[in-house]
Design a protein around this ligand. Sequence first.
Ligand code: GLU
Length: 421
Amino acid sequence: MSTPNDGTGMNPFAIAQAQLDEAAAILELAPEIHTLLREPLRELHVTLSVKMDDGTSKIFKGYRVQYNDARGPTKGGLRFHPDETIDMVRALAAWMTWKCAVVDIPLGGAKGGITCNPKEMSPGELERLSRAYVRQVGRILGAEMDVPAPDVYTTPQIMAWMADEFAFMRGHNEFGMITGKPLALGGSKVRDEAAARGGMYCLREAAKMLGLPTKEATYAIQGFGNAGHFAALMVRSMFSGTVVAVSDSKGGIFKAEGLNSARVLEHKQLTGSVVDFPGAEPISNDDLLELDVDYLLPSALENVITERNAANIKAKVVGELANGPTTPEADHILHDRGVYVIPDLLCNAGGVTVSYFEMVQNAYGYYWDRDMVIERLDAKMTDAFHAVHEKARDLNVHNRLAAYCVAIERVAEAVRLRGWV
Ligand code: GLU
């Protein structure tokens, strides 16, 4: 396997497989189904040559992993990141498979990525890179085959360029081949805030189940990207809660009386980081995770809660808006200590749920209003939350394992019905 990309010594795909193995043992899954679900069905590796602004050409590596399509076309984001590796993409593709099954939408799982540093690229270079990716990978994409979406460092604009390039390849528009598009090009209302909003519904339900308040409560949010910054805004607008700390890749800020999330967002838009926000104290990303808060929302990258710091997490509830923030060892430590973890494949599934709504709207060419999307998202997330919560109680396992069990039972049923084993 290739080297891990996060400096923790842990290979994300090995983690995804270990999580599956644990659930398979509990479910007494048939060995042939287990073996099938341990590996991606298909993957495509591409080499992309892009003309840079200085006249040189630069070569990039890109990937698309279609993990499993037993339940429907594969679905999952595209990540542009300097540390992207094939094993990271495989792990994320596996997680997408389980995520779509947990929220019970008729899609399989996939993920894609390009190893690049978008922060050092001009808009023109990013456009040429995005189009080059579709020219290579477009042959295995399509509304009924495999549908990408935004992920870390990819945007609605990038989705628009990709939809446009694909239209040229096919000779007609096929907007449902990609989601997270701008509204003017077949995007869905609420898609931009969907991951965070779905996470808020999970927090609301968890609070009810645990008898905790959401209003007189403190929140720390690691990561201020798409999911993190919307979560910071919604903690205030939906719960009137107090966000005491937020962070990004450059560092974090803390204020015991509460941060004004909208102001922090303005500051980040102006300066490129939350760091140095007036009136707040600096805090490291590591210290933020260990703050004495009610709710901790890891919303950045994978492997941040590990066996090294799990014993120091003081939050009562951890809501994973990031993919893969907690390692399997840390899961057990948190569970033993009574920390209620809402796992990524449930907590951030609002993103792909509204992506699915976007595909449906593209398919019939009729667009829903904001209230309709919100109502349907809430219903999906609330059902999924309780399916996982009940499974955890029935099997007496931690929530991630319960979510895996819910998902794997559904995927395994489709595999069996199709006669694949
Ligand atoms: N990248 C997001 C995720 O990890 C969204 C995927 C999608 O909408 O297809 O869930």
